[in-house]
Design a protein around this ligand. Structure first.
Ligand code: 5GP
Ligand code: MN
Length: 354
């Protein structure tokens, strides 16, 4: 069969060529991570026998995917690897159970107490490490791999680039710099990070570099259709009912739309907390609203707040002021209050149209 001409220049997994006329990582000006930082990170890893890896609590695709990809490469390089996240109830969210390399995961109780070298992924603050924050405080070196503008710089080395669409983009770069290569399983982990944080290449953060990375990953033979189905196109039946309840009580106030999902809502259908993550994507489509908010009560009775902006409002700044963090257009925090008080506090900080 004659090869399709369109496939002739298929990229192969490997360090990208610089884009003509565009900075490497999709950022303007000098790269956010200098060569000296990269050299320090690769040096620390090369000298370590054991590397501890942690990502933020209730991990999303970018946090867990980036961590498992780097973990698999480090394991392949002969390092002892322990990867974890600091949730009290340690369970990989159902949406992410298809990810390869979960054998690298250990519960927080089995995580090295005072690691020689700890690398964190997608965590913007020490607190976002949950139970593992204490381990990080005892670690000799903490390399923070992240892309949140709100990152507090809590490590001993900051591998942080707020200009990249996903932590997975920094993870891919790190893998090449360690001499690692991408196979289909490692690419599946990285692709999960890239596709979740760009909202399937729809968000403004979707740079040329993000698309080129996707091409390298897809060229390993991974199944984009199966990944998309796992992430977005399946739910237990109870999800429909809980979604209906959340949408039924959605409230439009000026240019703010908001709703909530309580523990009671979920209990009626035995729906786990991690199943309600996608509801914000329905709520935020509201034309009349600039900002969308959902309050989700977790199994401990604590309200997690997810916020989205269409661009005019920096919800990252609002959520940071309320003790959380995130990006300009997607951010969150944990509220110690109930629904009414939480919304009152949020409204008070929301910049209003002139
Ligand atoms: P999501 O609403 O999808 O859970 O999160 C959106 C963004 O806000 C993500 O980048 C996430 O890391 C960040 N985020 C969500 N909740 C918190 C939080 O409690 N603290 C901090 N620092 N960031 C959060
Ligand atoms: Mn991320």
């Amino acid at each position: 069969m004659t090869p399709d001409v369109r496939d002739r220049d298929l990229p192969v997994a490997g360090p990208p060529e610089p884009l003509p006329g565009t900075p490497d990582a999709g950022t303007a000006g000098a790269p956010a991570v200098g060569e000296a930082v990269w050299a320090r990170v690769t040096g620390l890893i090369e000298r370590a026998e054991e590397v501890a890896l942690a990502c933020h609590v209730t991990p999303d695709g970018d946090a867990l995917g980036s961590m498992l990809a780097v973990g698999a490469v480090l394991h392949g390089l002969g390092k002892r690897v322990a990867a974890s996240f600091g949730d009290r109830i340690f369970a990989v969210p159902r949406l992410l159970r298809y990810l390869p390399h979960q054998d690298l995961l250990v519960p927080p109780g089995d995580f090295p107490e005072a690691p020689e070298l700890l690398i964190t992924f997608d965590s913007s603050t020490l607190e976002r490490l949950g139970l593992l924050a204490a381990n990080a405080e005892r670690a000799r070196e903490v390399v923070v791999v992240d892309h949140h503008p709100s990152n507090t710089g809590f490590g001993t080395v900051s591998l942080i680039d707020p200009g990249v669409a996903a932590t997975a983009m920094l993870a891919e770069d790190l893998i090449y710099r360690l001499g690692g290569t991408l196979d289909r399983d490692i690419a599946t982990c990285l692709y999960t990070g890239l596709v979740t944080d760009t909202g399937s290449f729809r968000h403004a953060s979707t740079s040329p570099a993000a698309h080129l990375m996707a091409a390298r990953l897809v060229a390993t033979g991974l199944r984009t259709d199966e990944i998309a189905r796992e992430l977005w196109d399946r739910s237990p039946f109870g999800y429909l009912k809980v979604l209906a309840a959340a949408l039924d009580r959605a409230t439009l106030e000026d240019d703010l739309v908001w709703t909530f999902v309580s523990q009671v809502d979920r209990a009626a259908y035995g729906l786990p907390y991690d199943e309600v993550e996608g509801i914000i994507d329905v709520v935020r489509r509201t034309d009349e609203a600039e900002v969308a908010v959902i309050l989700k009560e977790d199994d401990q009775g604590v309200w997690q707040v997810s916020t989205r902006s269409k661009g005019a409002v920096d919800v990252g700044a609002v959520c940071t002021a309320l003790g959380g963090g995130g990006h300009h257009n997607a951010a969150g925090y944990t509220s110690p209050h109930g629904v009414e008080q939480t919304m009152a506090d949020f409204r008070a900080l929301l910049p209003r149209k002139a």
